[in-house]
Design a protein around this ligand. Structure first.
Ligand SMILES: [Zn+2]
Ligand SMILES: [Zn+2]
Length: 445
């Protein structure tokens, strides 16, 4: 059980646990770097729990702690293997994932072939089943992804300087020029390939981009484009489409609950209908459980190679932009929660001053980046230590941030392969100006 972390310090500048002096900022939780008091502010459990509820809560807490300990052992094991110099070929678990993906594709092909064969049977009920099977096969077909139609695409002609920089990073990383750059309102970035032509798509979240310095932006581009050459099997066609097919299966097999049909049907018909529905739901639930199990298994089989791939993408970023800029990028990525809070604060401020809304939009990015830059170092340190305790990565597909930073220190790269010239940075800034205005307006709306 968590010890009580909720008591306020008796004296604002002194740790109630070890009496060390604290530096605190009223915008962020106070905590103690010496003894980690209040590292993760815990909500006090309801006082009026019965003994049984308390035991249940304790069991849940222990189960969570066990799962966390196991996840940490696994993450540190992957770290050890990668730090010892293992490349993508040393990991074998992904082969099992590829086989499993093959089984998923075989089921889809079998369904399609069986449904087509049924069309040639001389029995209309079987032909109807065949048509249903065909419809299923269409829903479950392997999907290759496509470009979202949300106005986020930045054309090459509209941003030649940004594309030129990305092309430069791509060449340094050892991959081809990117086909499409998207700019979104997220505090994140990603790289992927879509469609039959496997067009490469680089997605840059403007709030993250704006919060980074030039070197850190290079590191971001290096990491994302590094995903094209780091041997990440999850983004491959074979595995990626199997995961998307299984996800469709999972949706299709969700048990449905029909509305009450009493009144429309006689009692005995109603009973038969209810029984039929119950049996169908049971079968769906079993299928759904099985699909969930397979998805979980695929995730387990690929997470090891996926985490290895993330470390390799970080190493590529360090080569392009230096280890210290890559570490700066990772520390900034820890601030996604703070970024959301700052955005909410600016939104409520602009709501209060409706008359000066235009001024709010114009000043949004300056205010946003200034507030993020003013996040005190002890808050970043708290988030980093939380990533040790709670194993929080940027998201579940990445290794925990403390291990990524430790890996960067393992083989430091002092000098960057590329630098951004001031006039290049200014040209990119000018190209992004219309998007800065549009996205600020969206975030403030
Ligand atoms: Zn303390
Ligand atoms: Zn990544």
């Amino acid at each position: 059980m968590p010890t009580s972390h909720t008591a306020a310090p008796p004296e604002p500048s002194v740790c109630p646990s070890c009496a060390a002096a604290l530096t605190s900022d009223e915008r962020y939780p106070a905590w103690c770097p010496g003894c980690e008091w209040n590292l993760s502010p815990v909500v006090a459990p309801a006082a009026d729990l019965s003994a049984r509820q308390r035991r249940a809560a304790e069991r849940e807490w222990e189960a969570q702690a066990d799962a966390l300990a196991l996840a940490r052992r696994r993450a540190e094991q992957v770290y050890g293997v990668v730090a010892a110099g293992a490349g993508p070929r040393e990991d074998r678990t992904w082969i099992a994932a590829m086989v499993l993906a093959g089984v998923v594709h075989l089921v889809t092909v079998g369904l399609l072939a069986g449904s087509v064969a049924l069309q040639f049977v001389d029995s209309w009920p079987l032909r109807v089943v065949g048509w249903l099977g065909l419809a299923f096969a269409v829903v479950l077909r392997p999907r290759l992804g496509r470009l979202p139609d949300d106005g986020s695409v930045l054309r090459r002609a509209a941003a030649p300087a940004l594309y030129a920089l990305v092309d430069r990073v791509a060449a340094a990383v050892g991959t081809g020029p990117v086909d499409v750059i998207r700019v979104t309102d997220e505090f994140n970035a990603s790289f992927g390939r879509v469609g039959l032509g496997r067009r490469s798509v680089l997605t840059l979240g403007l709030p993250l981009w704006e919060a980074l310095g030039d070197g850190q932006r290079l590191a971001l581009l290096g990491h994302e484009l590094g995903h094209d050459v780091n041997g990440d099997h999850r983004s491959g066609r074979w595995l990626g489409s199997a995961i998307s097919t299984l996800t469709q299966w999972w949706y299709v097999t969700q048990p449905v609950h029909h509305g009450d049909r009493s009144g429309m049907l006689t009692d005995s018909v109603q009973e038969i209908a209810n029984l039929g529905q119950r049996i169908a739901n049971l079968a769906m639930a079993c299928g759904n459980w099985l699909v969930g199990l397979l998805l979980g298994l695929l995730e387990r089989l690929t997470s090891r190679s996926g985490q290895g791939a993330e470390y390799r993408a970080d190493a590529i970023a360090a080569r392009v932009a230096s280890s210290s800029d890559t570490e700066g990028l990772l520390r900034t990525l820890l601030l996604s929660g703070s970024a959301a809070t700052v955005q909410a604060r600016l939104r409520s401020l602009s709501g209060v001053r409706q008359s000066s809304h235009a001024a709010g939009v114009a000043g949004f990015w300056a205010a946003f980046t200034a507030e993020l830059a003013s996040v005190p170092p002890q808050e970043t340190e708290r988030l980093l230590r939380l990533s040790v305790r709670e194993l929080s990565g940027v998201d579940s597909s990445h290794p925990p941030t403390y291990l990524r930073i430790r890996m960067l220190g393992h083989r430091p790269v002092p000098a960057p392969a590329l630098v951004v010239a001031p006039e290049e940075a200014a040209a990119i800034e000018a190209e992004l100006a219309p998007l800065r205005l549009r996205i600020a307006r969206e975030l403030l709306a």
